[in-house]
Write a protein that binds this ligand. Structure first.
Ligand SMILES: C[S@@+](CC[C@H](N)C(=O)[O-])C[C@H]1O[C@@H](n2cnc3c(N)ncnc32)[C@H](O)[C@@H]1O
Length: 613
């Protein structure tokens, strides 16, 4: 049982999306642009940091400046001369909370010309430090060219000088080239090279520009594993509806709706000076994005539960070693799917065990109360005593219908209170570790729920190996088996979060996590299975396993990756046969509908690997 955190870390049931406006003007008037954007319903604007006149500092050699004075001015400027007021678009901090600064896209940090390269670096440093000075939290940086080494080096060296400025690198989905045709993957690979050179710095993220043509779905999916902070929607990618308002094509809508879940900052990028569509003016673009957000498909039960847990790394529970808290049990009890599956499994096991029909069972129901003996075993002293509300999930069925001795590891809070109030003599509650309990009689059915996200990682095999000595020969264990699966995962976000601890211990820890900013490089493969009861265990005279070697597992699997990508870790899932065809699963392809008790497990890799397709 793994999905639980006692308090939801960052829940927001009604996520508000943020939409900004980029007018693309080279010489904007800050007060009128910001006032207009506010009036049109935008949340921020993109503004250039300097006027185009500032470009004069780029080319001093090219214009053949041999004038000694001018050379001196240039050298002074390079040394760190302050901006002239006239060069700055935004001259003070008045609109800092309403803007993102755009680094000039005419700089060329990888120019073969030495002075252009040097001047470009000076300009970028100046611009970013001005943003830092006036308290602007994000800068939009130009798309890197193919030779991007120096650009990446400069950005990497600037992070520390402007600690509060986040760098959004503009990356188009597709590089469209009329001569060469579409070059879909090149942009991801360029980004990958850039961020690798920047050592995956946490301040570095993507402003993904959605293009008119969209690549295939698996290429689109790769971007969800990346740190997406902004999504640029040029006005030219919008179609016109019958009334002339801007709308997106079905495929663009689907992609944007997926993006909305990641809550990026959307940027409407005006390609023309005004709107590109006949109706609605510039406001229509942000209204349309808000409309897409409002009309997102309703969340499933699992999605509802997962709100706020996305990409949140939790330590797996250790219910054997630790005693769980009441709030954790409360979360368990919300998942009616899990209990329904257990109920069904027990029901079928009982039908089979009586070798009879349902009528026979029902006939026996009258007598059942006398015939059934149920033992509920719990080793957590507080769960054994505490009173918490009870939902009659499992016991109704058992006590009404059955005449078997069933030993249950069913916590069902408030065991003592429940016995007094509901169960009476139908259930014997036992405070013990099941491995060491001396049962007064042998059981026909042993029910347990000790599963972790990876199947055995909460030590279910070890507990059940100890408990199976009080199961009759031919008796049934529910679950009958559990199988673990793994898949290779790319997620720079999760990787960075683990890396931020700056120690080995955090890399060598598995986490329970509801993946969002992650993409699966290949489908999950099976690694191993545990079955109960296990007749292949060597036991001592008390029926206890002599050692635990039978529970070690080894497996080697080969994955065929779908697209080139970076492997940041391994995702783990389980599928459990509770009884015959009653399956409880968190495997992505067979996930039990509406069940949210377990999130996948994540094993981070200390060193990430690039895999080319
Ligand atoms: C994951 S919880 C499941 C609780 C309950 N069966 C349910 O589904 O709501 C596992 C429970 O088993 C108990 N437990 C774990 N190992 C045990 C052991 N060796 N003996 C007895 N109880 C154990 C834990 O204290 C915990 O209450």
């Amino acid at each position: 049982m793994e999905a639980t955190a006692t308090s939801n870390p960052n829940t927001s049931n009604c996520p508000r999306i943020v939409v900004g406006l980029s007018r693309g003007q080279e010489k904007p008037n800050v007060s009128s642009v910001t006032a207009e954007a506010r009036e049109l319903g935008y949340d921020f604007v993109i503004l250039p940091i300097t006027f185009p006149s500032y470009r004069r500092f780029l080319f001093e050699q090219l214009i053949g400046s041999v004038d000694v004075n001018e050379k001196k001015i240039m050298e002074e400027w390079r040394k760190g001369h302050p901006f002239c007021r006239e060069d700055l678009v935004v001259k003070n901090a008045d609109v800092s909370d309403f803007m993102v600064g755009q680094v000039s896209n005419w700089i060329n940090l990888d120019s073969p010309d030495h002075s252009i390269r040097i001047n470009s670096e000076v300009i970028m440093r100046q611009q970013l430090s001005w943003l830092g000075h006036i308290g602007i939290s994000a800068a939009l940086l130009p798309f890197p060219s193919d030779s991007l080494m120096n650009y990446a080096r400069c950005v990497n060296s600037i992070f520390g000088t402007v600690p509060y400025v986040n760098m959004w690198i503009k990356i188009p989905l597709i590089l469209e080239d009329e001569i060469l045709g579409l070059k879909e993957t090149v942009t991801w690979e360029r980004w990958n090279k850039f961020r690798t050179l920047c050592e995956n710095h946490v301040k570095l993220s993507i402003a993904l520009e959605v293009t008119q043509n969209l690549p295939e779905d698996n290429i689109l999916d790769r971007w969800f594993a990346e740190p997406l902070k902004a999504v640029i929607l040029p006005t030219t990618i919008f179609l016109s509806n019958a009334k002339g308002f801007p709308v997106l094509s079905k495929r663009h809508q689907t992609f944007v709706r997926k993006l909305i879940k990641y809550k990026p900052n959307f940027i409407i990028d005006c390609v023309a000076d005004g709107p590109n569509h006949a109706s609605g003016g510039l406001a229509a673009y942000q209204e349309y994005i808000h409309y897409l957000n409002r009309t997102m498909p309703e969340l499933t039960q699992v999605e509802q539960f997962a709100l706020g847990y996305h990409d949140f790394l939790q330590s797996p529970l250790q219910p054997l070693m630790d005693n769980l808290e009441s709030s954790t049990y409360e979360v368990f009890e919300k998942d009616s799917t899990k209990y329904a599956l257990y109920e069904k499994a027990i029901h079928h096991a009982l039908l089979d065990h009586t070798n009879g029909s349902e009528e026979m069972i029902l006939e026996a129901a009258e007598k059942a109360q006398k015939l059934v003996r149920v033992y509920a075993i719990e080793k957590n002293p507080s769960a054994f005593v505490t009173y918490v509300r009870y939902k009659d999930h499992l016991f109704v069925l058992i006590t009404q219908e059955l005449r078997f001795n069933i030993i249950l590891n069913i916590r069902k809070f408030s065991l003592q209170n429940k016995k007094a109030e509901v169960w009476g003599d139908k259930v014997t509650i036992v405070f013990s570790d099941m491995r060491f309990w001396k049962a007064p009689e042998k059981a026909d059915i042993l029910v347990s729920e000790l599963l972790g996200s990876f199947g055995d990682n909460e030590l279910s095999p070890e507990c059940l190996d100890g408990a199976q000595k009080f199961l009759k020969s031919g008796g049934i264990s529910i679950p009958t088996s559990y199988t673990a699966f793994i898949s290779p995962i790319s997620s720079s976000k999760l990787y960075n979060e683990v890396a931020a601890y700056k120690d080995l211990a955090h890399f060598e820890t598995p986490y329970v996590v509801m993946f969002q900013s992650a993409s699966e490089l290949a489908k999950p493969c099976q690694v191993w299975r545990f079955e109960h009861p296990n007749s292949n265990i060597s036991v001592d005279e008390d029926g206890n396993p002599i050692n635990n070697f039978h529970n070690t597992r080894y497996s080697k699997v080969t994955f065929n990756i779908r697209e080139s990508g970076i492997l940041h870790g391994i995702a783990g899932y389980f599928e459990s046969i509770l009884y015959k065809d009653i399956i409880l699963s968190i495997h992505p392809d067979t996930h039990s509908v509406d069940m949210f008790s377990w999130f996948p497990i994540f094993f981070p890799l200390r060193v990430s690997f690039f895999f080319a397709k």
